[in-house]
Design a protein around this ligand. Structure first.
Ligand code: DLL
Length: 427
């Protein structure tokens, strides 16, 4: 399946698209939506081009359907429910049948295999178990591959390091921010890299830059692979990097991926950055058609040397709702991260603070310096601050205030990191 030619793949995708439209038509929500677009039966989908006739589904739509409005099968067929964290409002709910979970598990197993890992690996899962899909999603895929799974879940950093050492963990699943934090605890735990057998880490669930990946690979002496997914499309296992680490293969037999202009909804060709839209082609309980993710990325052009024919998604540049408008300039937090992580003296954590100063916005970037960098020379600190400020100004046009902080002093998150504090609305 992973090396299938376009023709065979598209034939399968069309078959699956008809199937999922059939499931969607069982819900009053999609019945109304699809009828308005002239689709009342799966037979109305004649080719993959007909996907474009289907209206988009948004996060708001899912919220309006809370809790069971999008359910396309009897509840007796549902074997698991996941929700999004709901920190920004009503959570979105995804129901899964046994078959839905089997598809998801297979995709995660394929993802793991694509990185060269297998049954001889010891896999420590540091993502939170529960409603969040990072825990259980990778768990079952890893078991399917035959890895030895250590279901640690998030947090408890010192114990995580101890377990890594005692059981000879070779592969980690973790957020990039937490991976950086863990490294800063190794010395305190009296553990060196020689005591560990770590080879790989799967990093995802939050945006991070290519320089952060490189930094993690250097600090830990491992290969780090980008892993992308969202609970609405099952969770992790939507797109994953293979051993070549040059963009994430989207499993196109199951996910139809489109990139659109966020304002007009028009399709953008491969290579152009826009909002990513997914249709899950193999879902029974919660069919989702043309779901607008709010994630911004491009589909990469060209073939991957690994031989997989599934197109690749570039690193996520940010979310349409993460974009900061600072004095009229549009900036993604990832642009700031990309600049500061290129500075060798910068440590493992940073924070972005937005405030009002009179009628203008002010931007402060708080940066931890790496341990051992400060030699008591204040002029050296001032020079470093200026250098970071100059680099940022060159990249984002705006001139920020830069604060340097001691290692370990900025807030740490065991799950997704919250990098931006926007206090502009505060009086
Ligand atoms: O974060 C699923 C996941 C778990 C993916 C573990 C990878 C690893 P949600 O909580 O629904 O699901 O959040 C989904 O997280 O729309 C992106 O904005 C962001 N995200 C996930 N992976 C990446 C990544 C899980 N590799 C939202 N790079 C998505 C950038 C990512 N952003």
């Amino acid at each position: 399946m992973e090396t299938a030619g376009r023709k065979a793949m598209d034939a399968l995708r069309l078959k699956n698209l008809r199937k999922v439209v059939g499931y969607a038509l069982r819900t009053p929500f999609y019945q109304a939506r699809l009828k308005a677009a002239g689709i009342t039966s799966p037979r109305d989908i004649r080719s993959l081009k007909d996907l474009a006739r289907i209206p988009f589904t948004s996060k708001e739509d899912l919220r309006e359907c809370y809790p069971n409005g999008l359910l396309a099968v009897p509840m007796s067929r549902v074997v698991r429910i996941h929700t999004s964290s709901g920190t920004t409002g009503i959570p979105t709910v995804i129901h899964h049948t046994k078959e839905d979970l089997a598809v998801w598990t297979d995709l995660v197993a394929r993802s793991i295999t694509a990185t060269g890992a297998g049954k001889h690996d010891i896999f420590q899962n540091m993502m939170t178990y529960g409603m969040f899909t990072g825990g259980l999603g990778l768990h079952y895929g890893a078991e399917r591959v035959g890895m030895t799974v250590i279901p640690m879940g998030g947090g408890n950093s010192r114990r995580q390091i101890q377990i890594m050492k005692d059981f000879g963990t070779t592969v980690l699943h973790i957020t990039p921010s937490y991976m950086l934090h863990l490294h800063s605890l190794l010395a305190e735990c009296k553990v060196t890299l020689k005591d560990l057998r770590l080879k790989k880490a799967y990093l995802g669930a939050e945006p991070y830059s290519e320089d952060t990946r490189r930094k993690i690979e250097k600090l830990w002496q491992i290969d780090a692979y980008n892993s992308y997914g969202l609970s609405e499309m099952n969770g992790p296992g939507v797109a994953f990097e293979c051993e070549h680490k040059n963009g994430m293969h989207v499993w196109e037999d199951v996910y139809c991926v489109e990139v659109i202009d966020q304002r007009t909804g028009a399709a953008l060709e491969d290579g152009r950055e826009g909002e990513v839209v997914f249709t899950n082609l193999l879902r029974e309980a919660t069919p989702l058609l043309r779901y607008r993710t709010r994630d911004v990325a491009a589909i990469l052009k060209g073939a991957c040397p690994c031989g997989r024919t599934h197109r690749r998604l570039a690193r996520i540049a940010g979310r349409t709702d993460d974009m900061m408008i600072i004095n009229g300039v549009n900036i993604y937090p990832s642009q700031i991260e990309a600049v500061i992580m290129q500075v060798p003296e910068v440590g493992n954590n940073y924070q972005i603070i937005l405030e009002k100063s009179g009628s203008l916005d002010s931007l402060t970037v708080k940066v931890e310096i790496s341990s051992g960098m400060f030699k008591g020379d204040l002029a050296q600190i001032d020079r470093l601050k200026e250098r970071i400020k100059d680099n940022l100004r060159a990249s984002i046009i705006i001139s920020p205030r830069v604060e340097l902080h001691e290692p370990g002093s900025l807030p740490v998150f065991e799950g997704k990191a919250k990098r931006v504090v926007d206090d502009r609305a505060k009086l």
